[in-house]
Design a protein around this ligand. Sequence first.
Ligand SMILES: Cc1ncc(COP(=O)(O)O)c(C=O)c1O
Length: 385
Amino acid sequence: MKYNFDEVISRSSSDSIKWDQIPFGEVLPMWIADMDFKSAPAILTALQKRVDHGIFGYTEIPEAFYDAITRWWERRYGFTVEKQWLVPVSGVIPALSAAVQSLCKTGDKVIIQSPVYNHFHTSILNSGRIAIENNLIYNNGSYTIDFKDLAQKAADPKVKLLMISNPHNPVGRVWTKEELQTIGDICITYNVVVVSDEIHADLVFEGHIHTPFASLGEKYSLNCLTLSSPSKSFNLAGLQVGYFFTQNDQLRRAIQSSFKLMGIELLNLFGITALIAAYDQSEEWLDALKQYLYKNYLFLIEFTALYLPEIKVTPLQGTYLVWMDCTALGKTADELTHDLLEQQKLWINPGSMYGVSGEGFIRINIAAPRAVLQKGLERLLNGLS
Ligand SMILES: Cc1ncc(COP(=O)(O)O)c(C=O)c1O
């Protein structure tokens, strides 16, 4: 194999949120969404070259940054993102918060589709807006959208935004074009802007296709905001780089002015360098990574089927975050994860942190060398059997 994803690299003393919060070696962390692999070689070379220059002054965002993003969306998703739609940001979370603050007033409501990425909740609550849950439907081990409930909730004039995770963290769904179109139609009918978080778009597995929400057509594109970043797919979360885009000038200006108000307009120069090298030179690495991740998923499936048949693994269409139904074990998600941490030194996420509908579930991050994943699964088995 050209890229060695099996290599186990110590992250000890690297100020990693995942690895360094608890004394190294005591706990195996498989929670927060970053990967235990080195980033792509072309990214490392580009960053090294930038370090060698030795001067790290105020940095303009070059045309190459915008070109790399537009070419990426064109090549990977067949979708043309116009350069003037794009706004660089230091991450998707700041863009989520800026969207809530600039597009909703205090007391306005934002719909989220629980169980969903916990920062959707916090970006709404921290801004003094109200989160309304349009719970996903869990049936026969997989998830769909409750469109009837969505339409009822969107009809409330206080509802201004719908945040979607496309693909969905944590349930691993890659929404189909038809599902997204139905969401879009409901939102247009009730004047609700769609915030489509597409940070996991590059991590969609064979047999599934990522549909950019904005690609559904102009009327949908004018009613949405797309947030993304190479940080999940190329393991760059510590470099704080991302972007949002919208065809709607009014929405874009409103959010931009909220960043301006806070004095946040520049980016970290290493983030800029890494994004360009990721999108322009690291496609082959990403495709190899996806194959490795999918094999990790198959390994997990086989392991659980053999040793933990009472746990139902939700089909993973995209992302490296596996959502496991442990309701048959009769414990709360907090009890499960607390016991696994205390007794087995395995750190994973309780499903309840993604909404009440995640109770009884756990989320496990499989973006690690297979030997590390195997160790994690063995601890899971010891803890749950
Ligand atoms: C759906 C989703 N959005 C956003 C983020 C974080 O984005 P950023 O690190 O760019 O702020 C994550 C991280 O796990 C995520 O899963």
